[in-house]
Design a binder for this molecule. Structure first.
Ligand SMILES: Cc1cc2nc3c(=O)[nH]c(=O)nc-3n(C[C@H](O)[C@H](O)[C@H](O)COP(=O)(O)OP(=O)(O)OC[C@H]3O[C@@H](n4cnc5c(N)ncnc54)[C@H](O)[C@@H]3O)c2cc1C
Length: 419
């Protein structure tokens, strides 16, 4: 039985760190459960702390017009009764049940919580390769992708040269493949059809898309070839400078546009929580998405490694899983506070949808990634995912709360995911 919340004088607070896919859906699902149990914001406050009230559409950062790839969520939070606070969390004090964040003016604020949902996502890993930090672009965060786009546009004003016309994508995983297949057409549209555009993907494994497995590989190889993308396999970059890269094969490749896509790691905030982690820094959570050492803390999205099904599969850092995890984590944080049963997380279906530039896309199903669709038909699916399925709900209270029901997800299993 839920406690009689009208008896509480003090407001209880659920704090969610992050306004990405997992954070937005956590907030809405917590608000939904409270609403269902007639618990108002004067009794339990749901608060999101993030730098901006906008959901950055990271899966679209390989596309052009990247400044548009963010969706405001202030109005939907307001409609759902979720309070948004602009800030960057610096400290999680699990013993004191409080966080400390820096507000936009730089002031430090301490905030107590009753339940905490960590949804601060992930960041691109930047290893110690000479020149990487100074000279390589990335498309991991909105500002970085915008900077890369501005650089590409600026190439039109530079003198014609091999380095100007050549782009190098380091890493042949999901992100690397998407940006590599996109770049030839994009660079030609900037530099003119006659430009001798070259795009080279460098992958240290002996096959492109190593984590994707053999199923979709022939399609990916065909798509890369159709766009003229050259692949250097079993090759790493050892040095990057302002004019290009040097590889382990001893090759020097001149390029003004080097993009690093090599791997992700969970948000550094995970390191402040006493918990077992996986190789990506994600917290190992139970079926409620709770952290073992701190029962008031839930982890979700890219900060969590959770079991998806009874066959022993686990979440991957993906939008598909962040959307599902978010709905469960917010629901469970609120249920725990109300002392009503939580809902064990499960997400049985797993699909991937990879964009392959003008060639099309490829859709696979299952953990062994059996190709279901490819080419133009799959591209239509990708467009639908990118423009509709991953978007936050409209700022209409009933609609937003209904869409956050973890037992009736808005079809996240038809979303794309990555290995
Ligand atoms: C280029 C690219 C392409 C991708 N393509 C795909 C794809 O095709 N399919 C797919 O499924 N996935 C894709 N992904 C992965 C997907 O974007 C992530 O898995 C997903 O964004 C994770 O959602 P999240 O909510 O956990 O984290 P994020 O989306 O990273 O959101 C994290 C939130 O936390 C906030 N935050 C971070 N630190 C703090 C702090 N200290 N204090 C307060 N707030 C903080 C951030 O500002 C943000 O609001 C791609 C990612 C990239 C970068």
């Amino acid at each position: 039985m839920a406690r009689k919340w009208q008896e509480f004088v003090l407001v209880k607070r659920i704090v969610i760190i992050g306004a990405g896919f997992a954070g937005v859906w956590s907030a809405l699902s917590a608000a939904r459960l409270l609403d269902k149990h007639a618990v108002g914001p004067d009794q339990v406050e749901v608060m999101v702390v993030a730098p901006r009230a906008s959901l950055d559409l990271r899966p679209r950062f390989y596309e052009a017009n990247v400044a548009e790839m963010t969706a405001p969520v202030g109005a939907v939070f307001e409609a759902a009764g979720v309070r948004f606070v602009a800030g960057t969390v610096e400290i999680i004090d699990a013993d004191g049940k409080a966080i400390e964040y820096a507000d936009p003016g730089g002031a430090r604020v301490r905030l107590a919580y009753d339940r905490l949902v960590l949804a601060s996502g992930s960041r691109l890993v930047r290893p110690e390769i000479a020149g990487l930090k100074e000279h390589a672009f990335s498309i991991d965060q909105l500002d970085e992708a915008s900077q890369f786009e501005a650089h590409l546009r600026g190439l039109a004003g530079r003198a014609d040269s091999v380095a100007r016309n050549t782009a190098i994508v380091i890493g042949g995983g999901f992100t690397g493949i998407e940006i590599a297949t996109e770049l030839p057409a994009r660079m030609r549209s900037i530099l003119g059809k006659g430009a001798q555009v070259r795009v080279i993907a460098i992958e240290r494994a002996d096959a492109i898309g190593p984590e994707l497995g053999a199923g979709p590989r022939p399609v990916i190889v065909e798509a890369l070839a159709s766009q003229g993308v050259e692949c250097r396999l079993s090759t790493s970059v050892v040095e990057i400078d302002a004019g290009g890269v040097r590889t382990t094969a001893g090759e020097r490749i001149d390029s003004l546009s080097v993009v690093w896509t090599g791997g992700m790691r969970a948000s550094p905030l995970t390191e402040q929580i006493d918990c077992e982690r996986d190789a990506l820094g994600r917290l190992l959570v139970d079926a409620d998405l709770r952290v073992a050492s701190a029962p008031e803390i839930f982890a979700t999205g890219d900060t969590a490694r959770a079991r998806t099904d009874a066959s022993g599969n686990h979440t991957v850092m993906s939008c598909q899983h962040a959307l599902g995890l978010g709905r469960f984590s917010g629901n469970n944080a609120a249920a725990d506070l109300l002392e009503i049963p939580t809902l064990p997380y499960s997400q049985e279906r797993y699909v991937t949808c990879l964009d392959l530039g003008p060639w099309g896309s490829v859709v696979t199903a299952g953990w062994d990634r059996v190709v279901q669709l490819s080419g133009a038909e799959a591209k239509q699916r990708k467009r639908y995912i990118n423009s509709t399925l991953i978007m936050p709900p409209p700022p209409v209270r009933a609609e937003a709360l209904a869409a956050a029901d973890p037992s009736q997800p808005r079809n996240p299993s038809s979303l794309q995911a990555r290995a």
